[in-house]
Design a protein around this ligand. Structure first.
Ligand code: FAD
Length: 405
């Protein structure tokens, strides 16, 4: 009987796993990817949708197209639950059996139980979220009879990037002179003491100075404790007017992962071994934002980033192939790559270990990374045909051989 591999999620981790598996596994193995969205999106560029620089469709590619050409089945549906004892995936429209399951369903906003936060804030995790922010921001700015008090919750890369884009919209549409003059304000609230907490100090200071100088008001070391329709309250008791709140305050595993009867890390992420499968079940693999990797019972400190998801996908695909063929599996070893943060369209920060550089070229580099990523997936099915003639090499290895980025 043929074997079935089901992958939940067609984001960075899931799509890369599917295409890598297609190269490694015998053609008799059926690979199915399920996603509730029709598209794979380059999420790191959604801030450009906020400014109106690009539209959602510029960073989305249809999963059906990419997977169909590669001979991978795509199911456009929401996964409701996974029954790991009977090896079944339950969707809205059908139930599928699996021999191997790959979980790569990403994270969702964490509102930390703050009253009103989910109801009265804009999420910032998808192209659709960014489109909504752009549309509502433009109407707010245009209505000169209304105050436009913009608040960003969270000063990690997402919060800092969206601040840069909001500034571009305000200035680009000719409202720059009204910023901090009564009608328009832009406030960034961050619970920790420094913006960009996982970055070198030089990058943190640069981001802070740049945003302050451009007119952003920054409140660090304070958490939002309550959100009402037109106001946010901080733990200090301070209350600020708010016409639009953009929430970038952190992520958590979604319900699908929370309800799985498999070991979790203390914060709810799926626990996986160095080989990227559950310690409870070696037919269930996890990649990307949903995992917490444990090596010799110690959690691996790892930021939730797209490039880690891509690397994990290659390791998981290799290990499923090895398991199926009775070979030894490999351990996942994170690689260090530069982080790029834009501060609007004229400035960006490049950070790699302690090296920090800045300039408009970073924004251009980010766009180049986006273009390369999307082009790679559009051409991967073609590459797949070539790769199938080179046994034992995954897409990821092949692509990294071709390009240093
Ligand atoms: C605004 C923003 C900016 C970022 N910038 C960067 C950056 O510059 N560099 C970087 O490396 N990383 C960046 N990241 C992080 C990066 O986007 C994530 O680490 C990456 O997307 C994780 O990949 P993933 O495959 O785990 O999950 P995702 O890419 O989130 O994909 C999950 C997929 O699962 C699907 N799904 C979820 N639940 C279900 C379900 N129940 N049924 C069916 N389908 C489901 C979703 O539709 C989605 O397609 C950024 C993130 C955000 C939000």
């Amino acid at each position: 009987m043929h074997k079935n591999v089901i992958i939940i999620g067609g984001g960075f981790g899931g799509l890369e796993t599917a295409l890598s598996l297609k190269n490694l596994l015998p053609s008799s193995v059926r690979i199915t990817l399920v996603d509730r969205s029709e598209y794979h999106a380059f999420i790191p560029s959604i801030h450009n949708i906020v400014s109106g620089d690009i539209q959602a469709r510029d960073i989305q590619i249809p999963l059906e197209l990419v997977l169909g050409v590669a001979g991978i089945e795509f199911v456009h549906d929401e996964v409701i639950s996974a029954d790991v004892s009977d090896k079944k995936v339950v969707m809205s429209s059908q139930v599928l059996d699996y021999d191997y399951l790959v979980l790569s369903s990403g994270g969702e906003n964490n509102f930390y139980g703050v009253q009103g936060a989910e109801t009265f804030s804009y999420g910032f995790r998808s192209p659709e979220d960014a489109e909504r922010i752009h549309a509502d921001l433009c109407s707010l700015l245009e209505d000169r009879n209304r105050k436009c008090s913009l608040v960003i919750a969270g000063g990690g890369p997402e919060g800092v990037e969206v601040a840069g884009e909001l500034l571009d919209v305000i200035r680009g549409r000719g409202y720059g002179h009204e910023l901090n003059e009564g009608r328009i304000s832009l406030q960034l609230i961050h619970g920790q003491n420094n913006l960009l907490p996982s970055f070198p100090v030089k990058a943190q200071e640069f981001a802070r100075e740049h945003l302050l100088q451009k007119g952003v008001t920054i409140a660090t070391g304070h958490r939002i404790v309550e959100v009402q329709q037109n106001a946010v309250t901080l733990d200090s008791g301070m209350k600020y007017d708010m016409s639009m709140l953009i929430w970038t305050g952190g992520i958590q595993p979604n319900r699908l992962i929370r309800e799985l009867p498999l070991k979790k890390a203390p914060n709810g992420w799926l626990k996986v071994t160095e080989q990227l499968h559950s310690p409870d079940d070696d037919s269930v693999y996890g990649v990307g934002d949903i995992v917490s990797i444990y090596i010799h019972d110690q959690p691996l400190a790892l930021a939730r980033l797209a490039y880690h998801a891509l690397d994990q996908a290659v390791t998981a695909a290799m290990n499923i192939n090895s398991h199926l063929r009775g070979r030894r599996q490999v351990g996942y070893a994170p690689k260090d790559r530069p982080q790029l943060v834009s501060l609007g369209k004229e400035m960006g920060i490049y950070a790699r270990k302690d090296a920090v550089l800045s300039g408009q070229w970073v924004v251009l580099l980010k766009k180049a990374v986006q273009a390369r990523h999307l082009m790679t997936y559009l051409s991967k099915p073609g590459l797949s045909a070539i790769m199938s003639k080179i046994p034992g090499m995954s897409f990821g290895q092949f692509l990294r051989m071709l390009s240093p980025l």
